[in-house]
Each structure stands twice: as C-alpha cells, then as structure tokens.
Design a binder for this molecule. Sequence first.
Ligand code: IPM
Ligand code: MN
Length: 371
Amino acid sequence: MEKNITVIAGDGIGPEVTRQAIKVLDSVAHQYGHVFNYTHCLMGLEAVERTGTPLPDETIESCLNSDAILFGAIDNLQYENGENDKSRPEPSLLKLRKSLQLYANMHPVTTYPSLQHLSPLKAKQLEGVNFIIFRELTGGIYFGHKELSSDGATASDVCVYTKPEIERIAYIAFKYARRRKRKLTLVDKANVLETSRLWRRVVEAVAKEYADVQVDYMFVDYAATQILLNPKQFDIILTENMFGDILNDEANAIVGSPGLLPSASIGTVTALFEPVHITYPQAAGRDIANPVGSILSAAMLLEYFGLMQEARHVREGVNWTLKNNFVTKDIDSINFYFTSTIGELVADFVSHKITGEINVGNIELRKSTII
Ligand code: IPM
Ligand code: MN
C-alpha cells in the first residue's frame, strides 16, 4: 500500500515525539511492504517566524491532498498576551479543522495496569477502563456567530447544530460501538438546550439502524461525575464540541500522564492524528518527552488505512515497553529512558528485532538516571 502523509510536527516537543511515530511507521512500512511518503509542513510558532502566519495556505493544501496528517503540537505561550493577536494558535487550529472538515474527534481512554499508581483514581476504579469519546469538532458554539456589543457590555456565542452534522458523527460512533461493547452514551444537556434536544432526536433515529447497540442518554454534568466515579461503565461517549472539549481533558487526568494518549480527527477527505498533550516547552529538545501518545496516534492512522494487523503490532510494541518499564520521565522520574529510545524500542519490536531475550545492557546505555 502506498500512502501520502502530511507531517505537521509543530512546536515544543511536537517534533521529537512525531519523529518517534515516523520511526515506527517506517518500521511498519519496511516490515509489511508499504510505502509512506511524508510531506513536512509548517504550522504554529515556527510558521509565524518563517512565514508570518501560523497556518500557511500551503499547509492546508498539502493536508487536503494527503491520505492522512500526523500532527505534533503547536504552541500558545509566546503569543498569549493580546487577545487580538492574529498569531495565536486557537484560530489556526479551528481553521485547520474547518478547512479539512475534521468533524469527528476520537479520543480513546485506556488505562494500563502498570501505571495505575499515576492516576488520581483508585486501582479498582481503573481496571478495565477503556472507552472512546467521540467529540463533534466542526460545529456548535465554537463556530456559531459571535458578537460583542459596541459598548463592550454584552457578548454572545451562538450554538448551532444541523441534523446532517449530528448524523455523520453519530454513524461513525455507532459503527465503532458495534465493533466494541455495543454501548453508546449520548452526553448532552437536553434538559436545557434546544441543540441537545435535536442531538437526542437524531441519535434516537440513527439508533434504530443499530438495534444491537445499547444507547443511553446522560446529562453532561452527571457524566462529568461518572467519568470520575465509575469510568468503566462507558464504551462509546458521543457528544457535541464544547462538552467533548471538557470531558476529553477530564478523561486525560484519570489516565495518569497526558503523554500516553492519542487522538484522531476524522474528516470528509482526510484525517488527522495527534497526541493529546501540549507543546511542553520546558522539555523541548531534551529527549525526555513521552512519545507514546504520538506512536499510538500512528497506530490509529494505520487503522484508518485499514492496516489492522500493523496497528495491532504497534500497540503490542507500546504495551511491551510499558510492561517492561521502558518509560519516559513523566512516568518514572528516577529511572527513565529517552524519547528516542522508546521510539527505537517500538520500531525494533515491529521489525522483530526484539525477541524473548533482549539485551538489557544495550538498552541500559540509553537510559537516564539521576542516582
Ligand atoms: C483542544 C484545544 C482546543 C479546543 C483549543 C486550543 C482551541 O483545547 O484541541 O481540545 O478547545 O478545541
Ligand atoms: Mn481542549
């Protein structure tokens, strides 16, 4: 299989974690006989510095002509003063989502037995937690009409949803539910919002085509508590843009380290894959960032291409590193391995260079320790 991938490595730790994902993808390509062609494009601070804009048109163009996009992280620190600063990252992120019509954001939340001590939740609440939040990404209050009155005393943000916008993400979410535990929870605020009532009606109608999927409806405030109290009850959560933004971050917190989590944003012509973490400038260039979120994003990219066996192989490689304590500094601040070493280990796992006996001695050389 030959595929074209646009790479937007971005700022901070974006480039170094993305490099590990590419290392793993190259290993998959080599092992399974695929060709992945990469086009590197600018976005974020580096784009501002080199082109004067955080999202150059060539970047959008390249994305639209690619089979998938691998994204690192983009910065928002240096430009955070000055509300109207055109180089702030939010508008460019939203513009990218809208231009590529990335309407369905998938945010899988998985906990790992060996990392349960990092979570603020108790081990018994974490066992078996495995759900995906489907967040609508190109509509709702994010993109509705915004207004500030001329005297600056009144503001409004309109939340609009249409039936087709809800339907297209509902179909994807139901399809995934069918491949998993066949349970879908629509999270809304239907006791207050008209848009939420529309979501319910549309989802109820789509649910008729998926009679084998159990559907329940939960108000967002209650869902926020349930994610903390009993996260394993969820399989697929489907929700609108703003609620999804908040629940995604809440869900990140229960996993223990944001560095572990991947995400995918599915669009009408292409899809974008990115770790959920931020640019973490303090760690940039030090080879200490956790590349697992980025590597698992590459696994989701492989699944999007239909390369299920390849994706499984990458996931097994990641699980192998975590189980054997090959982890970065966010996971173990005393005995940790470098970003690039984790990338090499997963790539080596995929190319069967790691078998039963591994030469721990060689790997130890690439370990950092503060004692
Ligand atoms: C995210 C971010 C963005 C969002 C911001 C930076 C606009 O928080 O990707 O979740 O709110 O969608
Ligand atoms: Mn967010």
